[in-house]
Design a binder for this molecule. Sequence first.
Ligand SMILES: Nc1nc2c(ncn2[C@@H]2O[C@H](COP(=O)(O)O[C@H]3[C@@H](O)[C@H](n4cnc5c(=O)[nH]c(N)nc54)O[C@@H]3COP(=O)(O)O)[C@@H](O)[C@H]2O)c(=O)[nH]1
Length: 741
Amino acid sequence: MNQNKWSAWRNMIFSHKGSLSWRGAGSEGDTAETEIGAGSEADYFRQLAENLTDLVVTTDTDLNLTYVSPSAERVLGYSAPALRRFYQGRRRCGGDLLERVTAFFGREMQRVRSRRGGGRLSVSVAEFDIVHRRGQPLCLEINTSALQDRSGRVLGLLCICRDITARKRAADELALASKVFQNSLTGIYITGRRGEILQVNRAFSRITGFSPEEALGRAPQLIDLDHYAEDVLHTIAENLERRDYWEGELRCRHRDGHSFPAWVALTVLRETAGRETSAQETSGDKKGDIINTISTFTDITEKKSSQVKIQRLAYFDPLSGLPNRSLFNDRLARALSRAQRTGTRVALMFLDLDRFKAVNDSLGHALGDALLCQVAQRLRDCVRSEDTVARMGGDEFTVILGELADRQQAVTAAAHIAEKIRRLLSEPFHIRGREVFTSTSIGIAFYPSDGAEPRTLLQNADTAMYYAKSAGKNNFQFYTKAMNAKAMERMELENALHRAVRQTQFELHYQPILDSRSGAMVGVEALVRWQHPERGLVLPDAFINIAEESGTIKVLGAWVLRRACQQLVTWERHHQRVGRLAVNISARQFVEGHILQTLRDVVDRTGVDPTHLELELTESALMQDHRYSVEVLEAIKSLGVRVAIDDFGSGYSSLNYLKKFPIDAIKIDQAFVKGLPSQEDKRIIQAIIALAHSLGLKVVAEGVETSLQLECVRALGCEEVQGFLLGKPVPAQQFAAQAVL
Ligand SMILES: Nc1nc2c(ncn2[C@@H]2O[C@H](COP(=O)(O)O[C@H]3[C@@H](O)[C@H](n4cnc5c(=O)[nH]c(N)nc54)O[C@@H]3COP(=O)(O)O)[C@@H](O)[C@H]2O)c(=O)[nH]1
């Protein structure tokens, strides 16, 4: 209700004894109250009151309701008489709402009374929260003024109550929207028809550095970098046209000039039939003109850098920085599909470092890690930037060479790179003031001839690498189909070996060790044989390696030790003197096989005299972890068991370690004895003997096959000899018979 209309009402209506009366605004001096309905003017005002959408209530000075307009039904859900009854009845007994209403009326009455005689009585406007009869909350705006007679005497109150619930809600929503807009952490700016910035929020200023004053009226290029690629602009325009919405990453500009990546969402508001609509509301082809564009954006610099970090962790090996297995798989799959499209070839190399475990164990993991990093760098140096070098884990690496024109070029390129890698990795590495040596065995497979699928190709490159290892390491091998047949054979052998251990398909043969001068037997070496159900007798060279790699050696080795000791005890019980018993202990058995525990068990169970026992260990077994080796060797020695280093000269031959290990003897590798009487081998044997004697160790020459060789080693000062010339390894019974023990 506007103020004029309100004044007219105020002047015209007052209440008397429950009926609505009026006083003509212009009838100066007319004191007669006219009942509405009494005359045409009264009719007019009655109709006016009754057709009002607002609720009109009047009271007398005692705050009794004197009039309630029929609109009470619409506004509050109660009919006017019901409301009056309710008011009067509850007034007597009280009640929360009634108390609030009467208190309100009381205050208003006080207010109007206090102004009595004080000129024009002002209208008070108050808001009142009540509940509609049906239960929904309502907010009433109550305009209250005094009903006065001509003399200004207050007759009561006139209240015009308007339901402002919807308006209030809209205002609240607007206020909330404004708060949300201002307090949003997302930068927001709204542009108008001509693209000018109309409004910005606080986050806009925080993120871009531009104050509202600097931004308003300007074009969005203020913060958007205007040199987007054509296709980006095209995509944005197309999306806004088609969907009224676009979101994506753009680069934005800060006030200080630096640019930052932002995630931007654009929504357009269009004009339709006189009102604006959002994207969601518009439908079909009838799209109105864009009247506003709402742009929201967040600075995603940090998010992007963590994405980069996460991606690095997920796809790159943290140690070497090379692509890891996941990224390798992805790159290989891409390389193969590209090759398929273009009809080109791909070479895949599988590399495994030789002796890395020994380096890692003997020189420590930190140094091992540093070595891997340097290996990675050398590998990178060997290939083009478009080729992939990946670390698959441990000391395994792969190289993908793509887009090789034909088989010939593929083979040439792969051989060239493989040789380069082989050469470079066998050169010394300088790590923390040390020279560290390693080398690599490389297997190579080609797409499509050796595998059309990534998995097959990788498996075949791995098989070829395995061949490179067994071909003596530090070389490369191209995959051939025959390799797979051998790999299958090996797998079958591995399974058969497991079975053989369970079913004890093994036996021991014994070979004598003689004093080189007197020819007397000073010892016997136990050598394992596999009585294969189909193949017959299998020699250890065909299965010891597999037993080592599969771990079967731990059980097999313990069996050999126990069986050999039982045999020695049997011989000794029969007064058949064989001297000491030498048993081979493999590297894995020594490092992982609880050798000390096994040894104690065997001594206890068989009753063998430990001083008659000698363990033969290779240098490489001892070098895997020299500190551990020294500890275990000392414990073995404390049991009274002797220790010999087997195949001496074929491995490290380090004087330094030889000095540290508590050993009794060394066995010169057969290869040198075989070479006799060549001067070179003589000199080597001479040096080994001198070295051993200087450390107080006995020397055994093994593999003596000829009298000349025997003569040579004896002349060179070798104390003991062993070889086919002096006796081949034979089963226990035969050994006893031959040796006439
Ligand atoms: N961990 C274990 N390793 C074992 C065990 N038994 C044997 N082995 C190792 O297997 C390798 C091959 O052994 P084998 O086929 O028994 O060969 C031994 C001898 O037969 C052979 N030898 C001896 N004299 C001669 C000779 O004059 N000529 C010639 N060509 N060969 C000869 O040498 C092997 C003995 O070698 P070594 O142990 O170094 O003294 C071999 O490395 C065995 O160590 C086992 O139980 N566990």
